[in-house]
Design a protein around this ligand. Structure first.
Ligand code: NAI
Length: 645
């Protein structure tokens, strides 16, 4: 019998669909692939899929339709569509056939029916229904409103409970449901936004096209605290030589132990997933107290305390010690990059590299260009991000940059809502129901309330620098809530002290329990300040927190701090736990419709004239007056001309 073999040799991979085509696919168009697979499966000639690289998405589905699969020992199979919203031809196939990677050529001439997956029975366990129901509950909880994982379980369920043809119909029904849900569009947008963010440009015209990254082989990290130890781990994992520097022997030992344990943990994770763990080679690491050792490093990442004077002192030192070509990066979360750079003789080689905690896990790297930062420095920082498996996004320099600047009005609203009548758990539930990994109060307890307290004291908003006679709930003419300061004064720093906005079993415990002490404290606080407690519904919680955050995003676009809404969305998805199936805050705004957001902000700002961040941004107003143009067109109307080419 003539043997027909499907081999995709050119790409060496059996790839899936072109995602670019997804948005134009109409519900019901999909059978084209299904019918091709059916045709292959029904064929009287044996069809063999040869998989040398990866069999992804539709490619894997084609392979499953073949009668035999020959896979290279290092061939990989996967369903990336789950992340961009495509259901799986799970019915029968996945369950039966993935065990079936055998060398089949020698079987030529054998009957084909036993090789047709559609004719195979999915083995059903006696307690299958209970298992699937349990999985469904778990998957739903983890998915936080994202529908595709749940639909996949439903498709698997159909493969177990229904005959093949009915299972395929059920899968198509689930697929059409996903396609029309709106989430598919958001996930596809998020996918392309991440790509677009790599193509950075600056307002002065420099771009990824013309600036080339310098090779980075040896990096120094200054400070081995919460952030430094995660940064070192990421670098070592990427096989870079690292010099880790601390201020004294004790901190060096504590930090060194923490790094070693993180690397061991990473190595065991890699081993579990079948990777070679030798990427976490501790021999790449050198611990030191001596700045002199940094002479020959290609790049330095400073991660000492958030203190401008200290950072300037360190950058001054680095500028004198490091070789002329080395780049100097700061991990500051909000401070002025230009001021830090002014302490050096090479401001063009100074840049912000803002990692997110835990730094060896979180994907985002916000890259902050200062006024003098050269294009080569930006390209090198972006290259570093790529080398260590992070997603770099280039932004401009202002207090809090993009991510933390937008967080400020959001967190502020959350606290104002407590003043007016909410409990922390009500605000968190609303935002977690929206899809955030964590609501603002659980997040604040995790990060530590003392961090913000120190920053507010530094800004003179509370503490000894506050002018005597300042009203408790006003700073200038702006509304201020002293609630977080009062919690800190009561020793409630969050998880680390076993109490914050919630109570915990003991210091360091992670399970947040609603705290009757705090509820009473809020009642007493409202009484003391003559605030009438009122019921606040979920809609108001969401609108006030999210729309003020989005409003700041429009301001950031108008200021040229972010060069496109896609950049903001990538930052929020990968750094702040924004639900990917909602595309990011700016995409979300575009789906809600800018006129509605404007109207709500106008309503709330009239009710709260002392909250300036609720006043709709001029850019948002302009876009509404221009008839609510699509997101792609926003930047052509920004005050600060778009820097994307
Ligand atoms: P941390 O307090 O945990 O660690 C700072 C470390 O710097 C300490 O180990 C300290 O001994 C060391 N250090 C201080 N002075 C030094 C000197 N002169 N030479 C060498 N080492 C010195 O602080 P954390 O949280 O790691 O923050 C570091 C920086 O990262 C700050 O600028 C912070 O704003 C920023 N950041 C923090 C995030 C977080 O979630 N903790 C997130 C993103 C940025």
């Amino acid at each position: 019998m003539f043997l027909c073999i499907i081999i995709i040799t050119y790409y060496r991979n059996l790839h899936g669909a072109d995602i670019r085509g997804f948005s134009s696919v109409q519900a019901g168009d999909r059978p084209s692939l299904t019918s091709v697979i059916d045709l292959i499966e029904r064929s009287e000639k044996p069809v063999v899929a040869a998989i040398e690289g990866m069999a992804l998405g539709g490619g894997l589905e084609v392979a499953l339709g073949c009668h035999y699969r020959i896979a290279h020992a290092q061939g990989q199979q996967g369903k990336p569509q789950l992340h961009i919203y495509w259901p799986v031809r799970t019915t029968v196939g996945i369950c039966v056939a993935t065990r079936d990677y055998i060398c089949a050529l020698k079987r030529t001439g054998q009957p084909l029916n036993p090789r047709r997956l559609s004719l195979k029975q999915v083995q059903s366990l006696p307690n299958m229904d209970a298992i699937l129901s349990e999985v469904l509950v778990k998957v739903k909880k983890q998915a936080r409103g994202c529908l595709s994982p749940e639909m996949c379980v439903q498709a698997v369920k159909a493969s177990v409970q229904l005959p093949f043809t009915e299972g395929i119909l059920k899968e198509r029904e689930l697929f059409n449901l996903l396609l029309t849900s709106g989430q598919a569009k958001a996930l596809q947008y998020a996918f392309f936004a991440q790509r677009a963010a790599q193509k950075w440009t600056t307002p002065s015209g420099a771009s990824w096209k013309t600036a080339s990254a310098q090779p980075i082989r040896k990096v120094a990290v200054i400070g081995l605290g919460t952030m430094g130890r995660g940064i070192v781990t990421s670098l070592v994992k990427a096989k870079m030589s690292v010099v880790a520097l601390e201020q004294d022997q004790k901190q060096l030992e504590v930090g060194g132990r923490a790094v070693t344990s993180l690397l061991e943990h990473e190595a065991s994770k890699m081993q579990w997933s079948g990777q070679r763990p030798d990427a976490c080679d501790p021999a790449l690491l050198q611990f030191t107290l001596d700045f002199g050792v940094l002479q020959d490093v290609d790049l330095v990442i400073e991660a000492v305390f958030e203190d401008m004077a200290l950072k300037k002192e360190i950058f001054h030192k680095l500028s004198a010690i490091c070789k002329p070509g080395s780049f100097l990066c700061t991990n500051t979360s909000a401070l002025d990059i230009d001021e830090i750079a002014s302490a050096t003789s090479r401001p063009h080689q100074v840049i912000g590299t803002h990692f997110f905690s835990p730094a060896h896990v979180m994907k985002l790297l916000e890259i902050i260009r200062g006024r003098h930062t050269s294009p080569i420095t930006i390209a090198t920082a972006m290259g570093l991000a790529k080398a260590i498996g992070k997603i770099g996004v280039v932004v401009g320099n202002c207090f809090g940059f993009v991510g933390n600047r937008m967080m400020a009005p959001y967190a502020e609203q959350a606290v104002f809502l407590l003043e007016e009548g909410c409990k922390p758990e009500e605000v968190d539930q609303a935002l977690e129901g929206f899809g955030f990994n964590m609501g603002p109060f659980r997040m604040s307890d995790l990060a530590g309330l003392d961090v913000g307290w120190r920053s507010r004291k530094g800004q003179g908003l509370t503490g000894p620098e506050l002018a005597p006679g300042t009203p408790a709930r006003l700073r200038g003419r702006r509304r201020y809530s002293p609630l977080p300061d009062l919690l800190c004064e009561n020793g409630r720093y969050g998880q680390k002290t076993g109490m914050g906005w919630y109570q915990y079993e003991k210091p360091g415990a992670r399970i947040a329990n609603p705290d009757p002490w705090l509820h009473n404290f809020l009642i007493g606080y409202r009484d003391a300040h003559h605030i009438k407690t009122r019921f606040i519904d979920e809609e108001e919680i969401l609108e006030r927190c999210l729309y003020t955050l989005i409003n700041e995003g429009f301001q950031i676009l108008d200021d040229g701090i972010a060069s496109a809404p896609e950049d903001i969305d990538v930052i929020y998805i990968h750094g702040y736990g924004w639900p990917k199936h909602r595309g990011g805050p700016m995409f979300h705004a575009s789906t809600i419709g800018l006129p509605r957001i404007l109207a709500k902000l106008q309503k709330y700002s009239e009710a709260h004239p002392d909250i300036p961040r609720m006043q709709p941004s001029a850019f948002l107003k302009k876009l509404v007056s221009l008839g609510n143009p699509p997101l792609k067109e926003w930047m052509s109307h920004a005050g600060h001309q778009s820097s994307k080419l």
